[in-house]
Design a binder for this molecule. Structure first.
Ligand code: PMP
Ligand code: GLN
Length: 387
């Protein structure tokens, strides 16, 4: 065994594996969450102009001022929360590095972090890399509501932080305002840091809207809010993310980030700054467009016989495959669907800890952030499939 034992349990990320399989089988890829159409032309043109104008060397460590100011203006505009662009904002290589920087910069060995599972796969790996322990609270279908008493019971003397992800990958569920407020209050009583992954902040449907964790009483001074330009501007390959929070917490994330990537994405930073300043109509349209795609995919999934759980946000919808394939579940089911139906999805078991993997055994995540014709093709293939 050559890999660091802390990383050994995590293997290859399922996203890379399933995307490679989709290419190999020429299958429709509703697995990995990336859009297959380009983002707004203003944003793309700004990156091209930045490259041509020579912005091709290391940007400043905390991120380019134009982007840090745009992030500060965005947080104020959408959430009414003010951040100092110099000391309270850090630009990172995607939200993935923001999560890694926050966890590696803040945690000590044997610290405990409360997480809700299912969860984005990098959380567990980064907590393990830090030598800390994830203490998990399971969110259960169909509604995936957090059990706040279970959260309270999970807190012990080593608990340092709680990691929240709303809007939620892989389910598209959102914590309610009362639940967010309750988590903020629990964190305040127990002096916990809140790490709030809000990457899907603008991808919210059905007339709902996202509020940042930092808006809730007592949260601003203990919360690192994490987001990314990848989802909102359909530029997932640019890897421009950020962290906002009180200066001491941001400094901890920066301390780790400087030795992970040092800096990243020079010419993409002014481009994402341009995106963050787009009018409200842009943000509303992105959400409306994704909502339409969700509405196209869901009836086809129901027609196949999946039990479909409600998704009101993100790129994703989670289904239970048990009604159509009680004997084949998890990754095996997804491999079979890829080979037989030509449609790739993600087995939700990868979003659980080893102890709770059985909870996600028959659940599967489909991404609807794809072009209409791609979704239509997937629906047609699934319609023909006899599982
Ligand atoms: N958090 C969640 C919940 C995600 O789904 C993703 C998607 N990749 C990320 C973080 C990482 O974002 P980025 O691509 O900006 O690193
Ligand atoms: N967040 C995206 C997903 O959940 C992609 C993540 C990745 O490729 N690491 O599909």
């Amino acid at each position: 065994m050559t890999v660091n034992p802390r990383l050994a349990p995590f293997g290859t990320t399922i996203f890379a594996e399933m995307s490679a399989l989709a290419v190999e089988l020429n299958a429709v890829n509703l697995g990995q969450g990336f859009p297959d159409s380009d983002g707004p032309p203003e944003v793309l043109d700004t990156a091209i102009e930045a490259i041509r104008s020579g912005l091709n060397q290391y940007p400043p460590g905390p991120g380019m001022p134009v982007l840090r100011h745009a992030i500060a203006a965005h947080q104020k505009r959408f959430y009414g929360v003010e951040y100092d662009a110099d000391s309270e904002i850090l630009v990172t290589a995607g939200a993935t590095e923001a999560i890694a920087g926050a966890l590696l910069g803040l945690l000590q060995a044997d610290d405990e972090v409360i997480v809700f599972e299912p969860m984005y796969d990098s959380y567990q790996a980064c907590i393990a890399l830090a030598g800390a322990r994830a203490i998990s609270v399971v969110l259960r279908p169909p509604s995936y509501r957090p059990d706040l008493d279970a959260v309270r019971r999970s807190i012990g003397p080593r608990t340092r932080a709680i990691l929240v992800n709303s809007p939620h990958n892989p389910t598209g569920s959102m914590f309610s305002a009362d639940e967010m407020a309750a988590i903020a209050a629990i964190a305040a009583v127990h002096n916990l840091i809140i790490i709030s992954d809000e990457v899907y902040e603008h991808l919210v449907f059905d007339g709902l809207s996202h509020r940042s964790m930092a808006e809730y009483p007592g949260a601003r001074e203990r919360t690192l809010v994490i987001s990314s330009g990848g989802k909102t501007f359909r530029t997932t390959g640019w890897k421009i993310g950020w962290v906002c929070g009180p200066a001491n917490l941001v400094a901890a994330a920066r301390a780790a980030k400087q030795f992970l990537t040092y800096v990243n994405g020079g010419p993409f930073q002014p481009a994402i700054a341009r995106g963050l300043g787009l009018p409200d109509s842009y943000f509303a349209e992105v959400a409306r467009d994704l909502q339409d795609r969700r509405n196209e995919l869901v009836p086809s999934l129901e027609a196949v016989g999946f039990e479909v759980f409600p998704s009101s946000s993100t790129y994703f919808v989670t289904v239970d495959a048990a009604p159509i394939a009680p004997a084949t579940a998890g990754k095996e089911f997804c491999l079979r669907m890829a080979r037989e139906a030509g449609v790739v999805a993600i087995p939700n078991e990868v979003f659980y800890t080893a102890e709770n993997r059985a909870v996600g055994r028959s659940l599967v995540r489909f991404a609807f952030c794809k072009r209409r014709e791609v979704i239509a093709e997937a629906c047609e293939r699934l319609g023909r499939w006899k599982p």
